[in-house]
Design a protein around this ligand. Structure first.
Ligand code: 7TS
Length: 454
């Protein structure tokens, strides 16, 4: 069992019934047994009271079952509270004023950076650059590192299962530099083919861009091994950790990742902020991405000199309140413990898969779970002769179940799978087996409804 020791004592839960209120004192030993894996009460039931949005009826009087967490996660009261508190007590611009509020806002903004660094085990908080989201973080690397390091004939290795935000910026960088994109296929188990990856890697490879956990296939890549292979040919690695950082322990030093990106809104934090982790020697050698205030050292009429990272990459007024909210989300996740979240979600994902597989005429994408194959906490699927958007619409309107349908910003992957869209149910730690049961029952009823018209 993991020792769950809250890192910070300061966060608060407005919900008086929240079991996690017990975490508000770091000296409280009761939390260790309350959240042990032998608890009769699941992590989902324990944490649900902290998410006000989950306790509502939608589309008339249907209980909301929220299973669209891969698109965005819900926010606990402590995060909502941190945002409100920031705007009520400390709102000001950062890094510029000498007055009290500006100093407070700067302190909170920089504390959030430290929390992100600690959360992913970066060796220095200056290795964390705040961006609008993961997409902007990838673009930052593509425009700054890519345009200054890639030349004609260099190769960038990606997989066909990447999110568009990990493909399109590299298409642009390749068009501008003459670099070539090499795509890794998925194998018959529907995971990126790692045997082929070894064949694709060569001295020409300058960068490998891969997801840690796929937002469609739910496959989990052995990133530590991949980074090692890439480094052996002298390539850098950018890890798209959008679907891993919110759900498991991610250790950038353990992975030896060169760059890693994630979005706050998928990790119970606010929208409008994400981050780039970059090794300090790489960030220090990179030119600015955007020009403006706060990213400079000196400005003359004909040229400027630039600040050190991370300021060099944070032009203009940043998302200060959002950073504070992200810090609160990290406190919340850390108080539960990422290993515990991962274990709970792995069980729940298994339960989802096992129940989903018995739905008539279903095709679930991605690897089959087994003792050696663990899937992320989501299932993308199609049911014969039913369009996934029709399915998602009926599930929402008739049953209050929120899932996503579409290509999930992974068109090349869907094309490879022979479809142009899929339905996707995705979990987070505040979901319960009852949510899965409600979803499966609603899905079976919806399938029967559509079958009446066959
Ligand atoms: N990479 C992966 C693996 C993702 O799942 C997403 C978002 C992104 C990058 C981009 O994140 P953003 O915050 O910059 O937009 N994925 C999804 C999804 O699967 N459904 O909606 C957003």
């Amino acid at each position: 069992m993991e020792a769950v020791v809250p890192k910070l004592a300061s966060f608060t839960f407005l919900n008086p019934n929240s079991p996690l209120r017990r975490f508000s004192s770091p000296s409280s030993s009761s939390c260790l047994c309350l959240l042990s894996s032998t608890d009769a009460v699941s992590l989902g039931h324990l944490t649900r009271p902290d998410f006000p949005i989950l306790h509502q009826q939608v589309n008339g009087s249907k209980k909301l079952v929220y299973l669209d967490n891969a698109a965005t996660s819900q926010k606990p009261i402590s995060v909502l509270n941190a945002l409100q508190n920031y705007y009520e007590a400390h709102n000001s611009n950062v890094h510029r004023g000498v007055h009290y509020l500006s100093a407070k806002a700067t302190e909170e903004y920089e504390l959030a950076r430290k929390k992100v660094a600690a959360f992913i085990n970066a060796s220095d908080s200056r290795e964390i650059v705040f961006t609008r989201n993961a997409t902007e973080a990838i673009n930052l690397v593509a425009y700054s590192w890519g345009l200054s390091n890639l030349k004609s004939g260099d190769e960038i290795v990606l997989s066909i299962a990447e999110h568009h935000s990990a493909i399109v910026p590299w298409q642009i960088a390749a068009q501008k530099t003459g670099a070539v994109l090499k795509f890794l296929d998925i194998n018959e188990d529907e995971v990126p083919d790692l045997t082929k990856l070894r064949e694709l890697l060569s001295r020409k490879t300058k960068l490998v861009v891969l997801h840690h956990v796929s937002n469609v296939l739910a496959s989990v890549l052995p990133m530590e091994v991949i980074v090692n292979w890439a480094h052996n040919v002298g390539a850098k690695v950018l890890v798209d950790a959008c679907q891993s950082v919110p759900h498991m322990v991610v250790d950038v030093q353990g992975l030896d990742a060169d760059f890693l990106v994630a979005s706050s809104h998928k990790m119970c934090g606010p929208t409008g902020i994400g981050f780039l982790y970059g090794k300090s020697d790489l960030l220090s050698a990179m030119p600015p991405f955007l020009g403006g205030g706060e990213m400079i050292s000196d400005v003359f009429l004909d040229h400027s000199t630039y600040a050190d990272p991370p300021s060099r990459f944070e032009a203009g007024t940043p998302a200060i309140g959002e950073a504070v909210g992200l810090g609160a989300a990290i406190d919340y996740l850390s108080a539960i413990g990422m290993q515990r979240i991962h274990e709970y979600e792995t069980e729940l994902a298994k339960y989802l898969y096992e129940n989903l597989v018995s739905v008539p005429n279903i095709r679930i994408y991605g690897p089959k779970p087994s003792e050696n194959v663990h899937r992320g906490a989501l299932c993308s699927f199609n049911i014969e002769d039913i369009h996934p958007t029709d399915l998602a619409t009926i599930l929402d309107q008739q049953h209050g179940v929120a899932i996503r349908s579409g290509h999930h910003c992974a068109q090349p992957l869907h094309r490879h799978l022979g479809v142009n869209a899929s339905a996707r149910a995705s979990l987070h730690f505040y979901n319960t087996k009852e949510d899965v049961d409600d979803f499966i029952q609603a899905l079976n009823e919806t399938v029967s409804f559509f079958n009446m018209f066959k």
